[in-house]
Write a protein that binds this ligand. Structure first.
Ligand SMILES: Cc1cc2nc3c(=O)[nH]c(=O)nc-3n(C[C@H](O)[C@H](O)[C@H](O)COP(=O)(O)OP(=O)(O)OC[C@H]3O[C@@H](n4cnc5c(N)ncnc54)[C@H](O)[C@@H]3O)c2cc1C
Length: 607
């Protein structure tokens, strides 16, 4: 059941305590409660997603963030490399986390991504051969209503139909769709058609977590299916402030307790008999580790936090996708620009969607996109080794939107537009998340260090020129009138200037809780996702990816969570865990033994 009050919880002690009912957290909630004897508490800072229109109606998703109660409303540190701008860093603060706030694109990525993960972690269980089975457990692919035409739009056997999360192809046809596909036929060498965009190079049809014109998040799928199980409790509108060290096991601090608050009453605590699992995402997870004394000693000391595990990797290795927008004025009125400019048209479209779940509101922000490689003789590889995860992984992506899309450049008052967005597929810049203060309610410092490596700018320049070639296809000659940012292409310098001034994020942060080998001298968790140097604590969310997957990250996050559930269940089934014994031996000695489990912040200073 879902609770909003701590006092209503059935207990203060559960087998598993999961922090964050987001994309990964809800997979664990579902899988761990399949065992009826295991009790699970999930704690979510954000509110319910029920009846929140932009979390339900696909095309309204961009209205859910930023500057709303459903977003953590983070911003990045201004950086010279991006024209001293501070970028709003959206993260879902709602049941379902970013799966309730994202733009629905759903992919797993090329096998190269998983094979690289296996190589980095020394754990073959992360290789594509071993991970692929989770696609079938996770996905419920919906057969397209429309005729597929000449080309396959997806490869049926590569998808699951009996899993948990419905995935579908675009339901609402747009005039530009046929032109885009025609361009792939015209330019097959540079822009081949992809029969399945989930992981195959080329340009094709987007697969989205949309079913019957409605968003499918981890909340509407995994969580909703498990919610009536008596062994699952979900506490919302409650923020975890820090992890509590409960005992020591083999010289390592065990963290089987968490401190939480709804912002109104005295903070409370809950305990996990088996373990605490951090699924707070790539910003929330490192913030909680740092607040709890797990991180770089110097940084922790500068905030007066006692270091329990000195680990310089926590919060570092932040890696993310960024995009640069290019706009084209187009003929005809069959773009979504007027809808976005004219509230009356928008109201009418929402009305249509409410009655039929059809029309433009039923689609995500794009119908097609593509993933491409640069030619191997490209000069940008002269000074930087090819950063793609493998020979079948992309260097860049092109997203195709049937309207003016940019958070930086405002839409002109009139006209119709096509947006071609170039995304850096394998960035090499790395940033970090640090504490701004020891106060859990203060937002952390997010410095992604975008474009601080020359390769990243050079790759976006290369991608821009390839994108221009695509836009010049004859297929678009009756449609595209002119490029809006044509002067950007005057020289390398003008292009770099456009990139610096307009680059924005695709919201794919990973790496701040990186997975690495047990023996590695870097990394936050081992290949079984246990936090290094601790006991009773795991991280399961996007932060564990040590590099950003080549594609949009919700699919790879779901797959990590599905495997994590198996790892956890196997471990407790096999009896490898002796945590209960330890808990019994090292009973938590609370400074306040009140049965409600409440504790004051000053008492916590002693922990
Ligand atoms: C606006 C936006 C658009 C995106 N578009 C796409 C897309 O189209 N396709 C795609 O594949 N990916 C997309 N992504 C990225 C993708 O959604 C994320 O990579 C993925 O959902 C991350 O999952 P997660 O489990 O790591 O974190 P999340 O899903 O963000 O879950 C973390 C949860 O933990 C909660 N939490 C954090 N701290 C605390 C705390 N202290 N106490 C209690 N709860 C806490 C949060 O509120 C949240 O619910 C998008 C992301 C955003 C924000």
């Amino acid at each position: 059941a879902v609770y909003t009050k701590f006092e209503d919880l059935p207990s203060v002690s559960f087998d598993y305590v999961i922090v964050g009912a987001g994309t990964a957290g809800n997979v664990l909630a579902y899988r761990l409660t399949e065992d009826a004897s295991a009790s699970v508490l999930v704690i979510e800072a954000g509110p319910s997603d029920e009846n929140v229109l932009p979390a339900i109606a696909p095309f309204l998703a961009p209205g859910l963030t930023p500057n709303t109660p459903y977003d953590w409303n983070y911003t990045t540190v201004p950086r010279e490399s991006i024209d001293n701008r501070s970028i709003p860093y959206n993260r879902g603060h709602i049941l379902g986390g970013s799966s309730s706030a994202n733009y629905h694109v759903h992919q797993y990525g090329p096998p190269d991504d998983y094979d690289k993960l296996a190589a980095i972690t020394g754990d073959n269980g992360w290789s594509w051969d071993k991970i692929k089975k989770y696609v079938y457990k996770h996905e419920k692919f919906r057969k397209p209503v429309q005729d597929a035409g000449e080309e396959k739009r997806y490869i049926q056997e590569d998808h699951g139909t009996q899993g948990i999360v419905p995935v579908s192809l675009p339901g609402h046809h747009q005039a530009v769709d046929d032109l885009v596909i025609a361009a792939t036929r015209e330019l097959p060498h540079d822009f081949p058609y992809s029969p399945d965009t989930s992981g195959i190079l080329g340009l094709g049809w987007a697969q989205s977590t949309i079913d019957n014109g409605t968003r499918q998040s981890s909340s509407t799928t995994y969580l909703r299916s498990a919610n009536s199980r008596p062994n699952l409790s979900v506490l919302i509108e409650t923020q975890v402030l820090k992890l509590l060290p409960t005992s020591r096991n083999g010289g390592k601090p065990a963290f089987r307790g968490v401190l939480l608050s709804n912002g109104e009453s005295t903070p409370n605590y809950v305990f996990a008999k088996n373990e605490v699992i951090l699924s707070a995402g790539s910003i929330g997870t490192p913030q909680l580790l740092l607040l709890s004394g797990i991180g770089p000693k110097e940084d922790l000391e500068s905030h007066g936090i006692h270091t329990l595990v000195d680990n310089p990797s926590v919060g570092h290795n932040f890696s993310d996708h960024i995009y640069v927008p290019y706009h084209f004025a187009v003929r005809g009125a069959d773009t979504l620009d007027d809808l976005l400019r004219n509230p009356a048209l928008m109201q009418a479209a929402i009305g249509e969607w409410m009655v039929t779940q059809k029309g433009p509101i039923s689609n995500g922000v794009l119908n097609q996109f593509g993933f491409f490689r640069f030619p191997s003789n490209t000069s940008i590889f002269d000074s930087t080794p090819d950063p793609a995860t493998g020979p079948n992984a992309p260097h860049w992506e092109m997203m195709i939107c049937n309207f003016w899309l940019s958070r930086v450049l405002s839409i002109p008052p009139t006209g119709n537009f096509l947006s071609l967005l170039t995304v850096l597929g394998a960035p090499i810049s790395r940033g970090f998340v640090k504490l701004s203060s020891a106060d859990p309610l203060h937002k952390p410092i997010i410095d992604p260090q975008y474009l601080t490596k020359d390769y990243d700018t050079a790759a976006l320049r290369e991608a821009a020129r390839a994108m221009k070639k695509f836009a010049s296809a004859k297929a678009f000659s009756d449609f595209i009138i002119e490029p809006v940012e044509s002067s950007a292409f005057d020289s390398d310098e003008t292009l770099d200037d456009h990139i610096r001034k307009t680059v924005d994020i695709v919201f794919h942060a990973v790496g701040t809780g990186s997975m690495s080998k047990d023996s590695a001298n870097w990394g936050v968790v081992n290949s079984k996702l246990k936090v290094k140097g601790t006991d009773g604590l795991r991280v399961v969310d996007a932060s564990v990816w040590p590099f950003v997957p080549s594609v949009h990250t919700q699919g790879p996050t779901y797959l990590v969570a599905e495997r994590a559930a198996d790892i956890i269940l196997d471990e407790y089934k096999s009896g490898a865990w002796d945590g209960l014994l330890h808990l019994a031996q090292n009973v938590w000695s609370s400074p306040d033994s009140s049965p409600s489990g409440s504790v004051t912040l000053s008492q916590l200073g002693d922990l």
